[in-house]
Design a protein around this ligand. Structure first.
Ligand code: GLU
Length: 399
């Protein structure tokens, strides 16, 4: 007998993005004028038609269990969206609807991994991938990219990282935290490696609607049967429809994998919230103009933020093409001193900014890049302006 705790759970780091977001919200609640560049959370309210669908669901008594992997009507709506937007054909029995994107990823790795299986994660990566892989018994293998490569890994790098234990590769485009998009050519080369080496591709396309430049979002599963059957595409409603709190994510995969994920989910959580499923149905099938309005606003903020950062001393960034993040290189700041104290770690920058300048940013050590910070532009332009003024004031203090 022993009261020791799970080694697997103890090996997991808490989500620093959520911790920073919570801290910024708490300080705001205490009356502090905090600018929150931390949260990957749209500042817009969920559009009215979506909220109304949820209210109607409550009044109609749609408040009971649904099938564990989600309602058929929502699966059908997801299939239609996958067909028209992603050029992917799926039937409803290939779709599993879950409690947000993280839950979808948890299901995916639970369905495909055996102990010791390796999952290639290109860096910079969203901090939850390695933790979710570890929880499912897998081993993350990081393949890092550089700013010179636009923070994107190449097919050759992936090929070199393959071992006989490689089970899957995560491809996140548009990327959190870099805002970069993989081009069709780059994705085709990566798909070729997946086919050649025979591993799964976990395509996290959560930010698929949020692209701004000439580069368009492309789904890797759309390149033909060989890659389609190896890919599990995952997305959700949180970012495009300002529905972070509703927790609706989904996967599209082979029927076999969908069945496994459905079984796992049936024991772990049962169905995603019934009311949120009705809201998601309205989001996907109702008017889409709010998505465009939000996207246009993100685009304005993106341009403003990028231009301002270009003019600041010691920091630099690539112009983001998608999502709502700017990935800022702060390596020069790490050789400076602030008020006589040497700045040695990116976490110190985060601490100084929140404690002395009331600005929340995400230090990116947990994203694999300890000389970068992530700034979200999912906040109003006024807030962005104020927050950047403060960051600039901090930079001017450096010696
Ligand atoms: N995905 C968002 C972010 O990166 C929300 C927080 C989280 O889930 O980590 O900020």
């Amino acid at each position: 007998m022993s009261l020791t705790l799970s080694k697997k759970a103890q090996a997991v780091k808490p989500s620093s993005t959520l911790a920073i977001t919570a801290k910024a919200k708490e300080l705001k609640a205490q009356g502090k004028d905090v600018v929150g560049f931390g949260a990957g959370e749209p500042d817009f309210n969920t559009p009215d038609n979506i909220c109304e669908a949820a209210v109607k669901a409550i009044h109609d008594g749609f408040t009971k269990y649904t099938p564990a992997s989600g309602t058929n009507e929502l699966k059908e709506a997801i299939c239609k969206k996958l067909e028209s937007f992603n050029h992917l054909h799926y039937e409803p029995n290939q779709i599993v609807i879950s409690n947000g994107g993280k839950h979808s990823l948890t299901n995916i790795f639970s369905a495909i991994l055996n102990p010791g299986d390796e999952v290639i994660i290109p860096g910079p990566y969203w901090l939850s991938y390695p933790e979710i892989v570890k929880l499912a018994g897998g081993t993350p293998v990081f393949v890092m990219s550089t700013k010179e490569d636009n923070y994107k890994v190449t097919a050759d790098q992936i090929r070199k990282a393959c071992t006989d234990k490689t089970k899957a590769l995560v491809i996140n485009t548009p990327s959190n935290p870099t805002g970069m998009l993989y081009s069709e050519e780059e994705l085709r080369a990566i798909a070729q490696v997946a086919i050649e080496k025979d591993f799964y591709v976990v395509a996290d396309e959560m930010y698929e609607y949020l692209t701004y430049g000439s580069e368009k979002h492309v789904s890797i599963a759309s390149f033909g049967e060989d890659i389609y059957k190896r890919t599990i595409t995952c997305s959700g409603l949180s970012k495009s429809y300002a529905m972070t709190g509703w927790r609706i994510g989904y996967t599209a995969s082979s029927v076999e994998i969908a069945k496994l994920m459905g079984s796992v989910q049936s024991h772990q959580t049962s169905n995603p919230n019934s009311i949120a499923q009705k809201a998601a149905l309205e989001a996907l099938t109702g008017p889409q103009d709010t998505v465009e309005t939000m996207k246009a606003e993100f685009n304005k903020r993106r341009k403003y933020m990028y231009e301002r950062i270009q003019q600041m001393p010691y920091i630099s960034a690539l112009e983001p093409q998608g999502a709502f993040y700017v990935f800022v290189d702060v390596s020069e700041v790490l050789s400076k001193s602030y008020k006589g104290q040497k700045i040695e770690e990116v976490a110190q920058i985060g601490e100084i900014l929140i404690n002395e300048y009331n600005v929340a940013v995400v230090p990116c050590g947990d994203f694999g890049y300890p000389d970068h910070i992530r700034l979200s532009y999912a906040i109003s332009i006024e807030q962005i302006e104020k927050g950047l003024d403060r960051i600039e004031a901090f930079l001017k203090e450096l010696q």
